[in-house]
Design a protein around this ligand. Structure first.
Ligand code: MLT
Length: 274
């Protein structure tokens, strides 16, 4: 017979501690984070979604908005029962989504990692270019977008020396559906300007940018770092718009140091509360 008693059971759960939501850029997928998953998994639980229309997620027809994409990510965290706060990390368009998550769900966010992104919205010319790209992709398919965009995604050093990486990025882009590309372009075109929010960000923030980013100049990262009160800026030499793929060791070292400091601050807060 089983003599049942109430007792306090100890257990190990590797999912305890810090969780990081990693949001990819356009027109990529969670495969973007491949070099991070291996190295960072000892420091944080990583949740990396494929945004709607991208990667293995359904090619849901538009319209999309940055707000909708942010809700998709926050809903996923809820669905997985991830207790907030968590770290939100976004690359480029993923950064636009990270700003939106902070704007609407700041209580969920314990830290921000902003890679190759900018706070400003699209200029009038930028909006016109989004519409031209939408037309191009609708008429000629994703290949036409890739042809123009792929060389700009990396530094000239990466393009000349990492041919396998170039193929990897191209394959990832090819997996994006036309619906996903069109939806994301319109969402980026219409996104809010987050510049006025920067000085109100109250969580530790790591800004990482490739020195040779051809899509978002490094000056934008420097400007963000000046405005966000608790921000650290890491500029990665020899890298372009996807520094986490181009220079993964430098990128991962910066993220690990950041996660360590966020985690120790949380532990200290917890022990002060006890
Ligand atoms: C991205 O890398 O996510 C996009 O190129 C960003 C943008 O076009 O604004």
């Amino acid at each position: 017979m089983n003599d049942q008693q109430d007792f306090s059971m100890a257990f190990l759960d590797t999912a305890d501690g810090l969780t990081t939501l990693m949001i990819h850029g356009f027109p990529l997928s969670s495969a973007l984070w491949q070099p991070q998953i291996e190295d960072l998994k000892h420091y944080t639980r990583i949740i990396a979604p494929d945004l709607r229309g991208h990667g293995q997620s359904d090619a849901v027809p538009g319209p999309y908005s940055i707000s909708l994409l942010a809700d998709d990510c926050v809903d996923l965290m809820g669905h997985l029962n991830v207790a907030p706060p968590f770290v939100v990390s976004g690359l480029s368009m993923g950064g636009y989504i990270a700003f939106e998550i902070y704007r609407r769900y700041s209580e969920h966010v314990g830290g921000l990692i902003l890679t190759a992104t900018r706070a400003a919205g699209d200029s009038e010319d930028g909006k016109i270019n989004r519409d031209k790209t939408i037309k191009l992709v609708r008429e000629q398919g994703i290949e036409a977008l890739i042809e123009g965009m792929l060389p700009k995604l990396v530094s000239s050093k990466t393009a000349a020396s990492q041919s396998e990486l170039m193929l990897f990025i191209q394959d990832m882009m090819m997996e994006t559906s036309v619906e996903g590309v069109v939806g994301a372009l319109a969402a980026m075109r219409d996104r809010p300007d987050s510049t006025s929010m920067l000085n109100q960000i109250q969580v530790p923030t790591l800004i990482i940018h490739g020195q040779d980013d051809q899509i978002i100049p490094v000056a934008e990262a420097k400007a963000m770092a000046k405005e966000i009160p608790n921000a650290e800026l890491v500029i990665i030499p020899g890298a372009g718009h996807v520094p986490n793929l181009e220079q993964p060791d430098s990128y991962n070292d910066a993220v690990i140091d950041f996660l360590d400091s966020v985690e120790s601050a949380w532990r200290q807060e917890e022990s002060e509360d006890e």
